[in-house]
Design a protein. Structure first.
Length: 96
């Protein structure tokens, strides 16, 4: 399962922890630049993780619309693993 991470300038060990949970590939977009508002959610991505403390608000609105249109899971969490892990568990458990 692939995941798109939006937000956060540096991810630290978040990609490694996501791989440990079974996500095969991660892509990252910082989400601060205006030109990134037009990013597309690829059909390859099963989940979109939005790090809420480092993201452009217009980008979040565009991501929400696109995720709903494509019926993708979108998860919002601050950039801390202690917040990301429970949010992922809730979202992945709800989709089963």
């Amino acid at each position: 399962m692939r995941i798109l991470i939006v937000g956060g300038d540096r991810l630290g060990n978040i990609p490694e922890r996501l791989r440990a949970l079974g996500f095969k590939a991660t892509e990252h977009v910082t989400g601060r630049k205006k030109r990134e508002v037009g990013i597309c959610i690829s059909k390859r991505h099963a989940v979109v993780l939005v790090l809420t403390d480092y993201v452009n608000h217009q980008l979040v609105a565009a991501l929400k619309r696109e995720a709903r249109r494509q019926k993708k899971r979108i998860i919002f969490a601050p950039r801390a693993w202690s917040e990301i892990a429970p949010a992922l568990q809730r979202a992945m458990g709800a989709g089963r």
